[in-house]
Design a protein around this ligand. Structure first.
Ligand code: F6P
Length: 360
């Protein structure tokens, strides 16, 4: 498509802002700073092994008992440096940092908080499979904006429904930025020659029905009964209660998984399980579940813990983990329904498979 017919990210944001004449423009500038960080990360990722910073061999650090690869740390730095100076933020929280990052005193303090996972799915880096960055924008408490008190971890503990924007960058065969500022979900593809994101997927909608699910089935013995039931029914295909065959995918990179679901539907589950009693789920509420949940809901999909809508969960700590189910609305609602139904008797015996112990 000729350049004259393309819409840049900047043009898109300005046009959206014209619909809200009272808006200051801070927000647009923040999104453009985030986009710059993502372009820089895309550049580092694209160099692969030639960049000399990938993989544990190239150096790693230990945070919260987990090995962090250097590219994670570099990506974290890129987010901070691109977004701290502009006067739009009061603070940032990242999956890669134990504590929140307050904007240094030599920069003006803004009214937003930025929450991000700079490089999600990073175990895929070593094997050259798609990874991504995820971000979420919240409003900062007025007392923090006014400098009346310092930033605290508590300030980030807002339910997902209070997000004002969220998005992700996918570093795949092409680099994409997919975002919502509360007016639907829109996808932009990076033109690597011009270094510019162009609108390529306006108004993305998650198809309501699907025949594809994604789950790490190696955890099946730790799943709770509603999840086991759902997956069993998908696997039974045409011969089971669903009466249709399902396809299964697992990339182990949630951004890539979410992107596939935005493009062609599907459902993703990393549910609460009994594998490690200290971790009620694998994924992080603030850095992963909430931003992806916000995007899903904006695109007509759904995100849930299985028990309640993800965006209504009141966070209790910065790095909290949670069971996450998202994707096509009908499938997520079915999984929620299975969680509401009482425990079923002897799922393994076909005679009992449709019976519940306590039928209404
Ligand atoms: O949280 C990081 C992450 O890499 C997600 O992107 C992905 O969905 C998940 O972990 C993969 O987990 P597992 O290695 O258990 O399949």
């Amino acid at each position: 498509m000729p350049l004259s017919q393309r819409t840049t990210l900047t043009q898109f944001l300005i046009e959206q802002r014209r619909r809200f004449p009272q808006a200051s423009g801070d927000f647009n500038a923040l999104i453009l700073d985030i986009a710059l960080a993502c372009k820089a990360i895309a550049g580092s990722v694209a160099y692969g092994a030639l960049g000399g910073v990938l993989g544990a061999q190239a150096g790693s650090i230990n945070v919260q008992g987990e090995e962090q690869k250097k590219l994670d740390v570099i990506s974290n730095e890129l987010f901070i440096r691109a977004c701290e100076w502009g006067g739009h933020l009061a603070g940032m929280a990242s999956e890669e940092m134990d504590e929140p990052y307050a904007i240094p005193p030599h920069y003006p303090r803004g009214k937003y908080l930025l929450v991000f996972d700079p490089l999600d799915g990073s175990s895929n880096i070593d094997v050259n499979v798609s990874v991504g960055s995820i971000f979420s924008v919240l409003r900062a408490p007025q007392a923090v904006v006014d400098g009346e008190r310092p930033l605290q971890a508590q300030d980030f503990l807002q339910p997902g429904e209070r997000q004002v924007a969220a998005g992700y960058a996918l570093y795949g065969p092409s680099t994409m930025l997919v975002l919502s500022v509360g007016t639907g979900v829109h996808g932009f593809t990076l033109d690597p020659q011009l270094g510019e994101f162009f609108l390529s997927h306006p108004d993305i909608r998650v198809p309501e029905k699907t025949q594809e699910f994604a789950i790490n089935a190696s955890n099946s013995r730790f799943w709770e009964p509603p999840v086991k039931r759902y997956v069993d029914e998908c696997l039974a295909g045409k011969t089971g209660p669903r009466g249709k065959d399902f396809n299964m995918r697992w990339i182990a990179s949630m951004v890539a998984e979410a992107h596939r679901i935005f493009m062609r539907g599907g459902v993703f589950l990393y549910p609460r399980d009994t594998k490690d009693p200290s971790k009620p789920g694998r994924l992080r509420l603030l850095y992963e579940a909430n931003p992806i949940g916000y995007l899903m809901e904006q695109a007509g999909g759904r995100a849930s813990t299985g028990r309640e809508p993800m965006l209504q969960v009141q966070p209790t700590s910065l790095h909290q983990r949670i069971g996450l189910v998202f994707g096509s609305r009908e499938e997520v609602e079915r999984i929620e329904q299975y969680h509401r139904e009482p425990a079923r008797v002897r799922d393994d015996i076909p005679l009992f498979a449709e019976r519940t112990l306590f039928r209404d």
